[in-house]
Design a protein around this ligand. Structure first.
Ligand SMILES: *Cc1c(COP(=O)(O)O)cnc(C)c1O
Length: 410
C-alpha cells in the first residue's frame, strides 16, 4: 500500500483505539420516531424507536411539506440554475426572506433576512464577513463547530469565553480596544440543551459597543409563543443583533437564514463569500419552507410545541427516578428538546448506546471532539411526534442499561 494510504490507515486505527470511530446508519424510511434503520455492519434493517433527530416539531415528513416541495418543483423546476447574485435568486427565495424578516422585525430595527443553503454556511458567512482583520471575536466555549470554523475563517483575532460566564466576558470585552467586537454564542447549546443568557449578552454588547451573533439552530420553531425563536421568547430588541436560524431542524426542511439590520444584510450580499460563490438552493426548498413557516406559526405549530414540552417534562421526571445513585450518569438542567445524559467515558457511552440499540432504541452517543473530553454522553433528542408511550419506553430501557455495572473491564 502506498505511504499516503498507510498514514491514513494509521490515523483511523488511532481513532478506533479511542473508541471514537463514527459509523453511519442507513435510514430506510422517512424521519419519524419509528423508523426502519440499517445499523452499521447489519445485514438487514430493523424497526427502531429513535431519539436522535433534530426534527423537534415532527415536520420533516409532514405531508403538507412534502406536497409543498413537489408543488415547488413543478413551479420552479429542480435546480436554481445559479448563485443568488447571478440568476439563482427565485421569487420563492425572495418571499421566504421577506417572511422571515417580518418574524424578526419586532426584535431587530429595519430587519432583513438572507437565505443560505445551510446553517454551516450561514455561520461561515457571518463570522468571516463581520470578523475582519480589525475585529475581535468573543466566542463562547461550547459554540457549535460551524461557529468555530467561521471564526477560523475570519481574519479577526479570536478569544474564547467560559460557558455562560457573563462576568468573564465583561472583563474580556473591557480589556479589548479593537474597533469591532463580535460576541458569538449558540442560543440553545446543541449538545447540552441549555439556553444562553441572551439578555445579559445583549447588555454586554450594548455596554461594549459589540455585535451579538446568536445561533438559534435549536430555538427556531421551538421557542416563543409563535415559534419565532429565542428573540421572541426573550423579547430582545437591538440593531446589534445578528440572528442565524437554521431551517433543517424544527422547520423540517433544509437551509438557514441570517436576520439583521438592513445594512448588515446589504453588506453580506456584497462581501460574504459563502453566500456569493455557491449555487442557490433549489427554489422548491424555499417554497416548502414557506409552508413550514405557516405550520410553525399556526395552530398546528402551537399544538406541537405543547406536545414537545409535555414530553420534555415526562422524560426529566422519569429519568430522575431511574438514574443511578452513584452519580455515574447525570442529566444537566436543560429546558429544551435536547436532553443529554452525561456518562463521561467514551467506551461507556458507546456501550450504553449499543445496549439501547439491542432493545430497539436509537440514541446517539456523542463523544469528543463534538463535546469536551470526559463528557461523552447519550444525546436524547425529543420531538413533538414522540408519544408518551415512546418516552416511557426510553425511560424504562435507560433504567435497565444504567443499572448494569458502570465500570468497563480493565
Ligand atoms: C445544526 C447546527 C448548525 C448547522 O446548520 P445546518 O443547516 O445543519 O448546516 C449550526 N449551528 C448549530 C448550533 C447547529 O446545531
Amino acid at each position: 500500500m502506498s505511504r499516503l494510504l498507510d498514514r491514513l490507515q494509521h490515523e483511523l486505527a488511532a481513532i478506533d483505539a479511542q473508541a471514537l470511530r463514527r459509523r453511519r446508519l442507513i435510514a430506510e424510511t422517512p424521519c419519524a420516531p419509528e423508523q426502519l434503520l440499517t445499523l452499521a455492519g447489519a445485514a438487514a434493517p430493523r424497526r427502531m424507536l429513535a431519539f436522535s433527530s433534530n426534527d423537534y416539531l415532527g415536520l420533516a415528513a409532514h405531508p403538507a411539506l412534502a406536497a409543498a416541495l413537489a408543488d415547488g418543483a413543478s413551479r420552479y423546476g429542480a435546480g436554481s440554475g445559479g448563485s443568488h447574485l447571478i440568476l439563482g435568486h427565485s421569487r420563492a427565495h425572495a418571499q421566504l426572506e421577506e417572511r422571515l424578516a417580518g418574524w424578526m422585525a419586532p426584535h431587530i430595527p429595519e430587519a432583513r433576512s438572507l437565505f443560505f443553503c445551510t446553517g454551516y454556511m450561514a455561520n461561515l458567512a457571518v463570522l468571516s464577513t463581520l470578523g475582519g482583520a480589525e475585529a475581535v471575536i468573543f466566542s463562547e466555549t461550547l459554540n457549535h463547530a460551524s461557529l468555530i470554523d467561521g471564526a477560523r475563517l475570519a481574519k479577526a483575532h479570536v478569544e474564547r469565553y467560559p460557558h455562560c460566564d457573563l462576568q468573564a466576558l465583561d472583563a474580556q470585552l473591557a480589556a479589548c480596544d479593537a474597533p469591532v467586537k463580535l460576541i458569538v454564542s449558540d442560543a440553545v447549546f446543541s449538545m447540552d440543551g441549555d439556553i444562553a443568557p441572551v439578555a445579559g449578552l445583549l447588555a454586554l454588547a450594548e455596554r461594549h459597543d459589540a455585535w451579538l451573533v446568536l445561533d438559534d439552530a435549536h430555538g427556531f420553531g421551538v421557542l416563543g409563543a409563535n415559534g419565532h425563536g429565542v428573540l421572541e421568547a426573550t423579547g430582545l430588541r437591538s440593531e446589534r443583533l445578528v440572528l442565524v436560524g437554521t431551517l433543517g431542524k424544527a422547520a423540517g426542511v433544509s437551509g438557514a437564514f441570517v436576520a439583521a439590520h438592513r445594512t448588515v444584510i446589504d453588506y453580506l450580499v456584497q462581501r460574504a463569500r459563502p453566500y456569493i460563490f455557491t449555487t442557490a438552493a433549489p427554489p422548491a426548498i424555499a417554497h416548502a419552507l414557506l409552508a413550514s413557516l405557516d405550520l410553525i406559526e399556526g395552530e398546528e405549530g402551537a399544538r406541537r410545541r405543547a406536545q414537545l414540552q409535555a414530553r420534555i417534562a415526562q422524560l426529566r421526571t422519569g429519568l430522575q427516578r431511574v438514574l443511578p445513585a452513584d452519580g455515574n450518569a447525570w442529566l444537566p438542567n436543560s429546558p429544551t428538546a435536547i436532553q443529554p445524559l452525561i456518562v463521561g467515558d467514551n467506551t461507556r457511552a458507546m456501550r450504553l448506546s449499543a445496549q439501547l440499540d439491542a432493545l430497539g432504541l436509537r440514541v446517539g452517543a456523542i463523544r469528543p471532539p463534538t463535546v469536551p473530553a470526559g463528557t461523552a454522553r447519550l444525546r436524547i433528542a425529543l420531538s413533538a411526534s414522540h408519544g408518551a408511550d415512546d418516552v416511557a419506553r426510553l425511560i424504562e430501557a435507560l433504567g435497565q442499561v444504567l443499572a448494569q455495572p458502570s465500570r468497563e473491564a480493565a
